[in-house]
Design a protein around this ligand. Structure first.
Ligand code: GDP
Ligand code: MG
Length: 441
């Protein structure tokens, strides 16, 4: 998807302003891109409709070129659909607050129960975990292990695994919680691989027994198109007050987030991002929007870039990048200094399009490293900066000496520079830089 969008924005770059034809063509492409990301068709249609209206009515910005304006509108709309500012858990006026988890088998309910318990305990609550999944052998045991890790009591039927009536267990657990002065009860329930009436009836029975303040629908972010059907079934079968997306550590594009949000009308509360208890975070609509678009936090990058690059540099750089002119070490040095002004380097780079996938490599790029690179380039003569080909062994040794590094570091920089040259070319083609020839007057 990100490739496709890069293509769209590449096409838009260079036009003076958005025409109706531009908007229609772009909308068509974005429609396809969203479908590819497994967003359900009705959701895509509604989204495109809003997008077109906004793009047509948009006040043409002085600072952004047309491509950047479209990025901004698409991004803002996605954040809006995904829930804007987001929402916190609802707590009961009279404790205990009861949180019931529902979803298909394997969605990540039991894991989430442990995560929630740990997280809430960390905030000073006294949660109780309830094992009301008596369907699957070992389900109770799984919750007990998680409870132990979280340091939270688990209420389970005395008969052990696979025995007892889950509705009765759930009902009794509330009394137990009151006796033990627990202020939050997290009820784990059984799921089936597919939606079936028996499962839904049991979930509804548990709901009636515990009268939950939140019914959280847990869904595997990888499910794609099926998300709509599953969400509808749980919406109608038990009623949902909130959503948690699980397995966001995988390579799901996030289309499910958009679909579930639209179908249930309920907020996405948390994101589950791994098997460990701490792999868990409140849901950030803005990050999910970026993920669906696959382009990192482009808007922030645009804003910071505008602040950090002065006009002259922008003009010079744009001309170079767009004109396909050779990008030299001298330019690289200018860029390093400008980029350094934007903040910690890994943050800046991770916001660039396509760089999200390169987190591991980025973490190596600490600020010290960048300062060292700057020192190396400063130790070169102007001729060497313009034409690194002349950098033979003795020149490299002299530079290393001057910068206080090893020759190996100089060699490494020159290799990285060759990569950067490539990257700058791609980025120039992809988003253009503000203030270039395509700038609005
Ligand atoms: P349940 O059937 O809904 O209770 O699902 P479980 O909590 O038992 O999770 C099913 C499997 O998915 C287990 O192997 C979990 O370790 C794994 N799992 C759950 N949440 C996540 C997650 O956010 N990321 C990853 N990678 N695995 C997860
Ligand atoms: Mg389970």
């Amino acid at each position: 998807m990100s490739d496709r969008l890069s293509g769209i924005f590449g096409k838009l770059r260079g036009k003076g302003k958005l025409t109706d034809a531009d908007i229609d063509a772009t909308a068509r492409e974005i429609r396809l891109a969203l479908l590819e990301a497994d967003v359900a068709l009705p959701v895509v249609k509604a989204f495109i409709h809003t997008l077109k209206e906004r793009a047509r009515g948009a006040v043409v910005s002085e600072a952004l070129n047309p491509a950047q304006q479209v990025i901004k509108i698409v991004h803002e709309e996605l954040i809006g659909v995904l829930g804007g500012e987001g929402r916190r858990l609802q707590f009961a006026k009279n404790p205990p607050t009861v949180i019931m988890l529902a979803g298909l088998q394997g969605a990540g309910k039991t894991t989430l129960a442990g995560k929630l318990a740990r997280w809430l305990k960390g905030q000073g609550h006294q949660p109780l975990l309830v094992a009301a999944d008596l369907q699957r052998p070992n389900a109770v045991n799984q919750l007990q292990v998680l409870g132990q890790r979280a340091g939270v009591e688990v209420y389970a039927p005395s008969g052990g695994n696979g025995e007892g009536d889950p509705i009765q267990v759930a009902r009794d657990s509330i009394e137990h919680a009151k006796r033990q002065a627990r202020d939050i009860v997290i009820v784990d329930t059984a799921g089936r691989l597919g939606i079936d009436e028996e499962m839904m009836a049991q979930a509804a029975g548990i709901r009636d027994a515990v009268d939950p303040d939140e019914v959280i629908f847990v869904i595997d972010a990888m499910v794609g198109q099926d998300a709509v059907r599953t969400a509808e079934a749980f919406r109608d079968g038990v009623g949902i007050t909130g959503v948690v997306l699980s397995k966001l550590d995988g390579d799901a594009r996030g289309g499910a987030a958009l679909s579930v949000r639209q179908v249930t009308g309920q907020p996405i509360l948390f994101a589950s991002t791994g098997e460990k208890l701490e792999d868990f975070d409140v849901f950030h609509p803005d990050r999910m929007a970026s993920r669906i678009l696959g382009m990192g936090d482009v808007l922030t990058l645009i804003e910071q870039a505008e602040a950090a690059f002065d006009e002259d540099q922008k003009e010079k750089m744009t001309a170079k990048l767009l004109g396909g002119e050779q990008f030299t070490l001298e330019d690289f040095l200018d860029q390093l200094v400008a980029v350094r002004r934007m903040g910690p380097i890994a943050n800046v780079l991770s916001m660039m399009p396509g760089m999200g996938q390169m987190k591991d490599q980025l973490s190596e790029l600490d600020d010290k490293h960048f300062d060292r690179v700057t020192a190396i380039i400063r130790s070169m003569t102007p001729a060497e900066r313009t034409n690194p080909k002349i950098l033979n062994g003795s020149r490299r040794a002299r530079i290393a000496n001057g910068a206080g590094v090893q020759v190996m570091d100089v060699n490494q920089l020159l290799n990285r520079f060759a990569d950067a040259q490539k990257m700058m070319k791609q980025m120039g083609g992809m988003m253009g830089l503000p203030g270039g020839g395509n700038r609005r007057k």
